[in-house]
Design a protein around this ligand. Structure first.
Ligand code: SF4
Length: 505
């Protein structure tokens, strides 16, 4: 049975070769994967890890006309209070009106954990359907129901026959995966099983009889539009400015762009199958969904890293253009845009060149941005990827070719980041959201590796990256003073040990 036919999606640990503990070079990492030792690596000490469910919630909360039913103890959905603010900001940035984030929880108690919570879940789904009249109800299955054996998938199936809304099961018990990226698959699995991706007669078009004189013209119009339309897949870390930049560049090649799946509605989901190509903006986000669309609708897909920096943006755009026979146009476009962007960033370069940079965060961004900054003369002293899976292999192959000497680690552990900054003393850390306070306490300036409110992709995005780095390096007074007043919670022996002393096979 294919994964897509299963009621419950696989976690990435089952579907892909992956790793979360490694220290060496990019070449050694690739060798280690080939030989199988990468997957056997672990740690004798872990400080923290992330829950995949929270990432799935961030995506679900953006879908228009939806309600979220948490099947969980009260605490599991708590971050929805903050996610609501972020998703409404995202809506406003995309010109959509603000919307309330309606979510309810089955609030599992100790008695429910003993006696089972399925009846509570049935009642919660019926209440959400009756009270809010949504188009979609996301039913989120978390750790507790999976530990006690509630059949959430069966409850979801039964609810489909009585509810007016589309019922979408999002199965994401945090404990089942060591890799938070399983969240993307959980979200997409729910969509692809329970949401229609084809246009509907009378809702999306008026069906014409073949004898109707307008029939051929309408068919030709539809075929032309489909041949010049692409779907661009966004996910959590990709903001509206990046979507706009890619849309702008693809429009210059004569392509229309539709964006999925965040900030889309049920009506928009039905347009997914009406495009010539599915384009991913990150190797670890979308392969699960894009392979499904290829299997079901014969739609080709394009997954080829991220368009960050001049070389990567040129290569990325060129790869899309090649699918439409537009290689020459893409090369001309890249020449023109590079000329403009190079002139814009030129004033910043003298202050940046030669600066020692450590990069930490999502595997594709960290690897791609490292190569882009090195190209402009910054010295990359380390690339720390939060996880590694086989979809990211091309990124490390490129790193191995371009920066063979640079230290590469696979780690999402705060103590290892702290140790590396303290011992390597970089001039700048480019790092994942949520870690800037940690970096500042070590006396080092940092910039965001990503932000849904910022621009990173294409030419406009690269200019913004340069500006932010220039600004961060301009005045480090705050970080230096802060570091002077902070006591680190580590024993002295740890500073003299190897950063990755806890990694074991
Ligand atoms: S790890 Fe499990 S219990 Fe913790 S927040 Fe995530 S789903 Fe809830």
């Amino acid at each position: 049975m294919s994964y897509y036919e299963q009621r419950i999606p696989p976690v990435r640990d089952q579907r892909l070769q992956l790793a979360d503990s490694f220290s060496g070079s990019a070449g050694e990492l690739l060798d280690c994967q080939r030989e199988g030792c990468l997957m056997r690596k672990s740690r004798s000490f872990w400080q923290a890890n992330a829950c995949q469910m929270s990432l799935t919630l961030m995506m679900a909360a953006t879908v228009a006309g939806s309600v979220i039913v948490m099947h969980a103890p009260g605490g599991c959905g708590a971050q929805l209070l903050a996610i609501n603010v972020q998703s409404n900001k995202g809506r406003a940035q995309r010109g959509q009106p603000p919307a309330p984030l309606n979510w309810i929880s089955t609030d599992l108690s100790e008695a429910d954990v003993i006696g089972g919570g399925e009846r509570k879940l049935e009642a919660a789904i019926a209440y959400a359907d009756r009270e809010f009249r949504p188009e979609i109800i996301f039913v989120v299955s978390t750790c507790a129901p999976n530990i006690i054996g509630d059949d959430v998938a069966e409850v979801v199936e039964r609810a489909k026959s009585t509810a007016a809304a589309k019922i979408v099961g999002l199965h994401c018990p945090g404990f089942k995966s060591r890799v938070v990226a399983s969240a993307y698959d959980a979200f997409y699995h729910g969509l692809l099983r329970d949401i229609p991706f084809e246009p509907e007669a009378w809702k999306d078009y008026v069906p014409l009889d073949q004898a109707d004189p307008r029939y051929e013209m309408e068919q030709a119009r539809e075929n032309y539009q489909k041949a010049h339309t692409v779907n661009l897949w966004n996910a959590t870390s990709i903001g509206y400015q990046d979507e706009d930049e890619i849309k702008r560049l693809l429009a210059a090649l004569g392509l229309d762009t539709r964006i999925f799946a965040e900030y889309a509605s049920l009506d928009e989901f039905r347009q997914i199958s009406r495009a010539a190509l599915n384009i991913s903006m990150c190797n670890v986000h979308d392969d699960y969904m894009l392979k499904f669309l290829e299997e079901k609708y014969g739609m080709p897909y394009y997954i080829a890293g991220m368009p960050i920096g001049f070389s990567e943006t040129r290569r990325w755009l060129g790869g899309i253009a090649a699918r439409f026979g537009l290689e020459k146009e893409a090369a001309r476009l890249a020449d023109h845009e590079e000329k403009l962007a190079a002139a814009a960033i030129k004033p910043y370069l003298p202050a940046l060149q030669g600066k020692r940079v450590l990069i930490s965060g999502g595997v594709v961004r960290a690897g791609t941005e490292a190569a882009a900054l090195a190209e402009l003369g910054m010295e990359i002293i380390g690339v720390k990827a939060y996880h590694y899976d086989e979809n990211a292999r091309p990124i490390f192959e490129e790193l191995a070719a371009k920066l063979p000497e640079v230290h590469v680690s696979v780690s999402n552990q705060a103590f290892e980041l702290t140790h590396q900054i303290k011992t390597l003393k970089p001039d700048l850390v480019v790092t994942h959201n949520g870690t800037h306070g940690l970096v500042a306490k070590l006396g080092v300036p940092s910039v965001q590796l990503f932000s849904a409110d910022g621009a990173f992709f294409g030419y406009g995005g690269f200019y913004q990256i340069m500006r932010k780095i220039h600004f961060a390096l301009g005045n480090v007074n705050y970080q230096e003073r802060l570091a002077g007043h902070v006591r680190q919670p580590y024993k002295d022996w740890y500073w003299s040990a190897d950063t990755y002393t806890f990694i074991k096979e």
